[in-house]
Design a protein around this ligand. Sequence first.
Ligand code: ATP
Ligand code: MG
Ligand code: MG
Ligand code: MG
Length: 436
Amino acid sequence: MRLSRAFLPTLKETPAEAQIASHRLMLRAGLVRQTAAGIYAWLPAGLRVLRNVEQIVREEQDRAGAQEILMPTIQSAELWRASGRYEDYGKEMLRITDRHEREMLFGPTNEEVVTDIFKTYAKSYRDLPRNLYHIQWKFRDEVRPRFGVMRGREFLMKDAYSFDLDKAGAEHSYRQMFLAYLRTFQRMGLTAVPMRADTGPIGGDLSHEFIILAETGESGVFYDAAYESTDWAKADVSTDDVGGLKAFFERVTTNYAATDEMHDTAAWDQVPAERRREGRGIEVGHIFFFGTKYAAPLGLTLAGPDGTTVTPEMGSYGIGVSRLVGALIEANHDEAGIKWPDSVAPWAAAVLNLRVGDAGTDAMCESLYAALGDQAVYDDRNARAGEKFADADLMGFPWQAIVGPRGAAAGKVELKRRATGERAEVSPEDAIAKIR
Ligand code: ATP
Ligand code: MG
Ligand code: MG
Ligand code: MG
């Protein structure tokens, strides 16, 4: 992408409405544009990050054995009446009436729809276990949309739904997702601590929230300092190893960690005082086991192994894909801008041409850009070097390949690592090898 022809707008001024760093930086770096309260358009750089996050989520869901589908955003009120949630969900649900006066809604979550789909096809216990997920826009009419995409009204969520023959099977499915979540966040360079959580309007009796510790988080959290080191999360177990996965789950969840809604002061008192940590965090994922809460009222029953009828035990598993983009910036930024982790960066590198029109500089930049292809943006604009540095720092490309007339004449590129600020003079070949 040549910056001279790209739509990669940046803002010099800090937008007044943004209260936290990630929101400010998302607006300044031209990742998103608010079109109505809590509703955002994703601009080219932001969309590339969103797609990268989505792809990591997808790969880890697939690896854990879940299968991707795509359910619609608009749902019929009927199924929600059957589950009893139509009234319960209250004002967070955006309700719509179609031209035939039929009540519809913009889906805030999909338990009812997926249960109804599964019911059409699953006939016997041989159709279990299954796990279906989709990555789709949700709408929740939040009272106070804020912090940009962190609490939007329209937001992108990955939601998976598991169906099992019995409770033991459902617990295994739950742990498979638990492991997939740890791996997902690790691949993004994030430490997300699983915490005992309240089940809220989804209902059920086993639930964990995955929380990224951050001052600006909206959840109050209590946790053992053991979670500050990353050893606990070493996710080296197979999702198909039932016993091994159970042992892993128990090891990871043995230390105290709970959100304020589930805080248990008696258990907290058992944690040695010097290990008690109280703080704030961002909820990036939430998993639930809720048994037959939806299967029963929606009439999902199957032929059991012994001629009886069974009602599958279910769980649901959400990840805030668009919220993660904000959370990633909260965890990776400085005064100058974003510091994207390699795994989600919109482009791996920016090639900065410090003297457009100088034959040697142009030639070296063109050849770097040709070799890097879609992994790089090429700042070929007729602009001051200072502006190019500032924009590259703001947009947070993991690498900057800086070329000026002196370097070009000597066959050298200055390679800067955005995360650490380290710089080195290297040959173009070495720069390309590092960036790739
Ligand atoms: P919160 O406590 O932040 O309101 P929630 O508990 O209502 O979130 P869930 O129903 O558990 O949300 O949905 C699964 C995931 O979807 C959450 O863990 C979060 O990452 C994401 N999410 C929920 N609401 C929003 C929102 N308004 N904007 C962006 N992401 C959201
Ligand atoms: Mg909520
Ligand atoms: Mg919550
Ligand atoms: Mg939640």
